[in-house]
Structures are given as C-alpha cells and as structure tokens.
Ligand binder design. Structure first.
Ligand SMILES: *Cc1c(COP(=O)(O)O)cnc(C)c1O
Length: 408
C-alpha cells in the first residue's frame, strides 16, 4: 500500500493494483505519486531538465547498467512525468504506467512494441478513426493484419480470433453512438485464445470505468481529453502490468522517443486533481441534456448510456459509474436539420474535440467520419442527421438554450 504521507516522501516503489486502490479514487487523483523534494514544495514542481548528473563514474556506470535505479535522461524518465505516471497507474489500478506524447503515440507504442510481422489484431469497428489509419497505413506494412468487428457483436469477435491474434482493441462507450460492450466477456475471450485485451479508456477515464479490474490487460489513454479536461495539452499513456509494460512499451519509449514533456505532464497532474468532480459534473449535465433531447419532437433518437432507452443500459449501470459526457442524437430532417442546429448555436464550440469544460458540437457524417463512403457510414450507424455533443460544464440551461435556437 502506498504511503501518501508526503512528509516522509519515499523513493520506494508502491505496490498499487494488487487489490484495488488503497485510497479512494478522489484521494489518489489528488495525491498519488507526489514525492516532495527537500524544498518542501506543496505543489508538484516541473523538472525542466533533459539529463541528470551522477556522483561518480561508478554511479553513472551502475545507472546505465540498470543495477541502480534513478534518472539518466529525460527521454527515459523525468520526475514530473513519473508523478503523472504513478498517479494514473493508481487510478486505473495498474502496476505501471508509461506516459507518452499523445494518445496516438500510446496506441502506436502498443502496436509497434507488442506486434511482430505475421501477427493479427482484432479491432472494434467503432474506434477512433486515426487508430484505424495506423493499422491500415503503418502496421499493414509489416504484415500485421487487422480484422474489424462490431463492438457488441460477440459472435463476430469470436469468429475473428486466429491462432496468431496478439490482441483485441476496443473503446467503450463507442464514438459517437455510445455503444457499450462487456469488457469482462471480451477479456475472457482474448485470454482463452492467448491474446491480450486493450481498452482505450479515453471516454470514461478511471473515475467512471476501470477496465483492468474487469480483466483487460492494458489501458490506453489520450490525456488530451478528460485527463487534462481543459483543452490545453496533447499527451497519452499506457497502463497495465509492470513486466509487460517494462519489456514492451517502456523499452519502445526509451529507444524510439515519443516522450511526454514535463510541462504537459504537470498540466495533466493539475487536470487529474479535478478529474473526479469534473467527470461527475460532465455526467450530470450530459444526462440532463439527453433527457431534454428525448422530449424534443424533431429528435428521432438519443444515444446516451445513462438513459433507460439505451440498448446496453443494464451493462452500462454495471460496468460504469456514470454515463459519461458524450451525447449524440438524430434529427429526422437529415443533414440540413443537423447543420441548422449546429449553425444555430452561439455559445457551443463547433469542433470535433471532446473532454473539455467547454461544450463542443459536431456533425460526424461530414467531419470525423467524412472519409468513409456513404455505405460504410450506414454500416457504422452514422446517419446524416446525427449530431454529437461533448457536454461541458457550462450551465445546463444555457447549453439547452443554445440548441433550442436551431431545433425550432
Ligand atoms: C483523441 C483520441 C485518441 C488520440 O489521442 P491524441 O491525444 O489526439 O493523439 C485516441 N483515442 C480516442 C478515443 C480519442 O478520443
């Protein structure tokens, strides 16, 4: 159990993740991972240094040789980055976290460090578009094949498994339709075939969902979204077992170098301090908005895991401690009606970004999913009348008021 008493800051490694967090998530989000320097600073410092000095040639040799722990060079480790890594590891209930420069760098680190030529990946069809591009345009060059299946098509996941399947990758809830899959069921399937389950936990964050506790082997994050929460920095992370990460993602980071900057790590630390209250407020606003949208005659369908009308409502109640901040809805009037709502807003930000205190509104069919053919879009359930809202923390009545203008 980690000692959070920072008056006795210790350099010893903590043993989090063996039986859930020793402290509540709210506490860990604020205090885990901090080690005070002799200056007795209250807030986390930013260590802007590229390298570290040694007391002797022998110490340098021992650090380089791995016999002595400690910093060598900031491509490998940095104290501010390490605090962020330890805090996120404890929040996710993982033994180890490796922070990287972006969410895509996290996915690339997992792909390049776990896979070899001839391996196979099974990926949910609904994952972040750039993740799909990574498999298609980069891993395919190394003869890594990827099969895509519907997030909730359990028979499809099973049929896609091959002897050379190395891992399954998914996001739940999905973007933008907020579909939810059973993490434990797919972890069991992966393990039965000697594969790993990797969950992109960007939408829920560990406050709402902890995939490792449900059997997932690795969690990847785009810290750019809710972990920062205020749209300031790009970053990412991978969380999981110590040995697995040490040999794969951390070894890759040391050699290839998609390192997170200490400044960005510090901003994410500030973000984590308010993550719990922000996520609860995002959920509350999103549920209120979803309930209001369901009452609007022009709206034919609302997708939100916190609504009893959601097809996986029961699973969402079990697997998540809140519905999250993403709401999407369909307008019977198609693209024209969707654009009218978007263009009718005066406050909401028209952008595809999410996870910000500012509410954002987007038309998936012509932006995030615009590269797909019309048939592929129909297959993915992205209708022309679909609008996605990443609900922020403004007053709910103001958000509703902004949407009302274009709905009328
Ligand atoms: C944004 C996002 C990513 C990519 O993260 P970046 O920080 O933009 O590289 C990956 N997965 C999901 C679910 C995302 O929303």
């Amino acid at each position: 159990m980690e000692d959070l008493d920072l008056r006795h800051a210790s350099a010893e490694k903590n043993s989090a993740g063996t039986s859930g967090p020793p402290y509540a998530l709210e506490t860990l989000a604020i205090r885990a991972g901090q080690r005070r320097t002799p200056e007795q600073e209250h807030n986390d410092p930013i260590f802007t240094t590229s390298s570290y000095v040694f007391n002797s040639a022998a110490e340098a040799a021992a650090r380089f040789g791995g016999q002595l722990p400690g910093n060598i060079y900031s491509r490998f480790t940095n104290p501010t980055v390490r605090t962020f890594e330890e805090r996120l590891a404890q929040l996710e209930g993982g033994e180890r976290c490796v922070a990287v420069a972006s969410g895509m760098a996290a996915i690339a680190a997992v792909g390049y460090s776990l896979l070899k030529s001839g391996d196979h990946v099974v990926c949910s069809r609904g994952v972040f578009g750039t993740t799909t591009l990574f498999f298609q345009n980069f891993l395919a060059k190394f003869a890594v094949e990827t099969s895509y299946v519907g997030l909730t098509d359990y028979a499809g996941w099973e049929q896609a498994m091959r002897p050379n399947t190395r891992f399954l990758l998914l996001e739940t809830p999905s973007n933008p339709l907020t579909e939810i899959t059973d993490i434990r069921r797919l972890a069991d399937l992966a393990h039965a075939h000697g594969a790993l389950l990797i969950v992109d936990n960007c939408f829920c964050t560990p406050i709402l969902q902890r995939p490792l506790s449900l059997g997932a082997d690795l969690v990847v994050h785009s810290a750019t979204k809710y972990l920062d929460g205020q749209g300031r920095c790009v970053g990412g992370a991978v969380v999981g077992g110590h040995d697995l990460l040490e040999k794969t993602v951390y070894a890759y980071l040391r050699t290839v170098g998609p390192t997170l900057s200490p400044f960005n790590a510090w901003v994410f630390l500030k973000g984590l301090e308010t993550l719990n209250v922000r996520m609860k407020a995002h959920c509350e606003n999103a549920l209120g908005l979803a309930q209001w949208l369901e009452q609007q005659p022009q709206v034919s369908c609302v997708h939100y895991p916190g609504l009893p009308s959601h097809p996986q409502y029961e699973l969402a109640q079990r697997q998540q401690s809140g519905g999250g901040g993403i709401v999407s809805f369909e307008l019977a009037g198609g693209k024209d009606a969707a654009w009218r709502v978007i263009d009718g807003t005066r406050m909401l930000s028209i952008t595809a970004n999410l996870g910000d205190v500012k509410t954002t509104i987007t038309h998936p069919a012509t932006t995030t999913h615009g590269r797909l053919t019309p048939e592929e879009r129909v297959g993915a359930g992205i209708s022309d009348g679909l609008v996605r809202i990443a609900v922020g923390l403004e007053n709910l009545d103001d958000i509703i008021g902004d949407l009302r203008a274009g709905l009328g």
